[in-house]
Design a protein around this ligand. Structure first.
Ligand SMILES: NC(=O)c1ccc[n+]([C@@H]2O[C@H](COP(=O)([O-])OP(=O)(O)OC[C@H]3O[C@@H](n4cnc5c(N)ncnc54)[C@H](OP(=O)(O)O)[C@@H]3O)[C@@H](O)[C@H]2O)c1
Length: 280
């Protein structure tokens, strides 16, 4: 294939990375997955694994774990971009969080890396309700969350992946920062109501305070650094009304509308992931 690229997809089995990797492969590009379970393994907690994963790669899609806001992320992104430069990588696409000031420091490192780049800042993912920490309470039929009245413009990982692929393959996106949101902003209460109605299941939503949420996580044995991150995301991202705004960057990049939350619900119902757990 002419113009075939070797592309490292860090987090290539995760919520956006999996879709980016599949789309690139379908287009005929050579994809290397960057994750702890891949060969060669790539581990954010062990920088000695990074060079082997970067060698021979033209481009890299970077999704950091667990979040660009955590202490240590800036240092890791600095080290990774330096190694990428040494390995002659020509393009970086960074997945960032919309409304996270700490993540913007990491973006600056990529912007000043001397390598072509595109920054993709995403709002909270739809898929947090089916592939992440909101799934379990939905299956239990009882969801208690803080910031219940905040409108969140949830975005679909399919749209994020399409934008990331377009940015990786097309030089016209070099130097751009895209802010991705869905077409509608919804509160957690509205989300649970829509899922409940569509699945015809009773799911109770209860608004709670951030401190009560943290206490509940602590009682469930959730690690302290994860509780810190959740508190940060609920206060820094959801506590800022600017983050409710809807952007049209997906339409601008892809020439089509972003997926509505109702479409995500329809697709997710078909996977069976929200079916009630049957216990004997
Ligand atoms: N979730 C959201 O709503 C949201 C919104 C905006 C931005 N983001 C950003 O998106 C990024 C991804 O977050 P996510 O929660 O959606 O996760 P995710 O992409 O679903 O993460 C899972 C992927 O990361 C890999 N992984 C996990 N720990 C790793 C490590 N120590 N080293 C290397 N790879 C590792 C996993 O593979 P292995 O287990 O094989 O290592 C898997 O491929 C984060 O930077 C987050 O800030 C998320």
């Amino acid at each position: 294939m002419k113009n075939q690229n070797n592309i490292l997809v860090i987090g290539g089995t995760g919520k956006t990375g999996r879709k980016v990797a599949n789309k690139l492969t379908a287009l005929g590009h050579k994809v290397r997955i960057g994750s702890r379970s891949a060969t060669p393994a790539f581990d954010w907690d062990n920088s000695e694994t990074w060079t082997e994963a970067l060698q021979g790669m033209d481009k890299v899609y970077i999704t950091f774990q667990p979040d660009l806001a955590v202490p240590g992320a800036l240092d890791a992104i600095e080290k990774l971009t330096k190694k990428a430069k040494q390995c002659h990588v020509k393009k970086l696409v960074l997945l960032s969080g919309k409304g996270e000031r700490e993540a913007e420091l990491c973006e600056q490192v990529v912007i000043h890396s001397g390598i072509d780049y595109t920054i993709v800042r995403a709002s909270w993912f739809n898929q947090n309700f089916s592939e992440s920490f909101f799934l379990e309470p939905i299956l239990e039929g009882f969801v208690a969350l803080p910031q219940a009245d905040v409108k969140i413009p949830f975005v679909d990982t399919e749209d994020i992946a399409d934008v990331a692929v377009e940015a990786l393959l097309n030089e016209t996106h070099n130097g751009n920062i895209y802010q991705l949101t869905g077409p509608r902003a919804l509160t957690f209460k509205e989300v649970i109501q829509e899922i409940s109605e569509a699945t015809q299941r009773d799911i109770t939503f209860v608004p709670i305070t951030i401190s009560a949420y943290s206490k509940a996580m602590k009682n469930q044995g959730v690690p302290a650094n994860f509780i810190w991150l959740i508190e940060y995301l609920f206060t820094e991202v959801l506590g800022n009304s600017n983050n409710s705004e809807i952007t049209n960057d997906i339409e601008q990049v892809l020439g089509r509308s972003p997926k509505d939350f109702s479409e995500y619900i329809r697709e997710t119902i078909n996977t069976g992931i929200w079916n009630p757990v049957v216990t004997n």
